[in-house]
Design a protein around this ligand. Sequence first.
Ligand code: GCU
Length: 596
Amino acid sequence: MLERSDLADNALQCLHDEDYDRPYNLQNLNADTLIFTSGRDGVSLDGDWNFCVDLLDTGLRQKWFSMLPQAHEDKTEPWDYDPYEGETVPVPSCWQMLKEKWYFFEGSAWYTRAVDAEPLAAGRRRFLRIGAAQYDCKVFINGQFLGNHYGGSTPFCVEVTEALQPGRNWLMLCVNNTRTLDRVPMRNTDWFNYGGVYREVALYETPSTVIKGVFARLDGEGIAVDVETDGPASVARIRLPELGIDQEVVLAGGKGRLDLAVRPELWSPESPKLYKLTVEAGGDAICDKVGFRRIERRGTDLFLNGEPLFLRGISVHEDDETKGKCTSEEDLRRRFADARDLGCNFLRLAHYPHHERAAEIADELGFLLWEEIPVYWAIDFANPATRRDAENQLRELIRRDRNRASVIIWSVGNENPDTDARLEFMRGLTEVARAEDPTRLLSAACLVNHAKLKIEDRLAAHIDIIGLNEYYGWYEEEFEELVAIGRNSNPDRPVVISETGADGDHTQHGPEKGLFSIDYQREVYEKQIEILSRLSYIRGISPWILYDFRVERRQNVFQRGFNRKGLIAADKRTRKPAFEVLQGFYEAQKREVEPA
Ligand code: GCU
């Protein structure tokens, strides 16, 4: 609205106030407002929403969210956008993939849809859950600002019990994907900056007690189950029928913990055994399928359920040639099928939390996962707001996936410089992770100390596995240096080569020989494997990367807007020769570890 402002007699609030967005950046939708949704029947709000890009934040300046539907002839204000008419987009989606004119759009965009609600019985509650929105998502209902969420790859919830009225409501989301100095990641990434509400949106109704968190895992010789609720219930009932468990736990301050002296069949990639878990409290109920396993490190070795473990991995982005960062069941299952063909037991889900179905399917199929938050390259490590954002994204990831047996590693960063500010920031992240979940191993993808040709990073003392990104044969020419690193390094904990690889353009544009040829990519894999297989402290590798993926910063004649280090092209069908090289190594490695 063209409100007058008190800045000056001739001032207009919506044109002269550059501090317009401060009231809408509370970041009050965070890990603490999540509710547990596994097994709940929600009402899906996916489908067509009205949509408008808003490069200059005119929507916040003019308060589009305060508009109500009006017949055109009744309008008395010349609004610059009417949220109740015009273009629509499907939710979930990434706007860049929908129309050419939005391919490089970076800024705010408005999503609007009607929500018709029945009257809510006394004591009942309602929650809106958004699976992910890239990056900042502000939530409005019937013109009321409910809060916003920072972080492009984790779910968030907002209680709408009061805001949603019986009858017709208008739900508006303002999503902003601008890269800024204080965000996580910052401004420069080697993956495409998609924007939008790109995972599912749903509405949940609960009794006055809502189950917010459940965490089931092996503990000592038995099982521990933590329950967190919000509401009047004083007890919760926990059932694991196949283990003969049907037990109450007292809730103090909404929280309770049950220690069970049972010995479940252990989950492993070879035998991905899952148990049905249900929790009830005050009439609220959830259910989940959980696997029980133990991941440990002793010295430079890894153990799964007491057995030595080597991680035969591959890295993957959440990226699709046509859907962008949107993931489908089919896309996920193809990813795991290709990883299985490659001989993998492990995937590094880079560089941000992937869709929750990824870990659920990995639980079902038997894969081990590295999950991470996008503390990537340069971050404003000295900024308290940035640290709060990173810690919150980590908490949201852990609370979302801590019941997933497949997840064995939480990673707190990728290729960050070894500075004092970064060390303080990342040490803080490791403390958050261990407080949230003491059962998993921590890692980060570190860089080689090229000055000393050594694996050396001060963060190593705070993590369990040293992830190491090295690109000998690509960014680093001399393979002899990789041999020297092997000679010079004596890490006291396991090392996983979290990235290595080379680009290969499989198309007719690709060169026959040399850099960017698929033949050279194959050579790099052969040489890397020949050296890495000789280093005893390397307990896994997750080469970069399963599929070619979209990225703005790769524009040479062979890349053409894609990073082409994939072992499979962006069509997710065309395999390159290097695929078989890695496949052969994993087959031999498997025979060595698991003789027939
Ligand atoms: C880095 C980085 C990746 C990037 C890769 C590359 O290691 O972690 O995100 O895509 O190198 O240069 O291809």
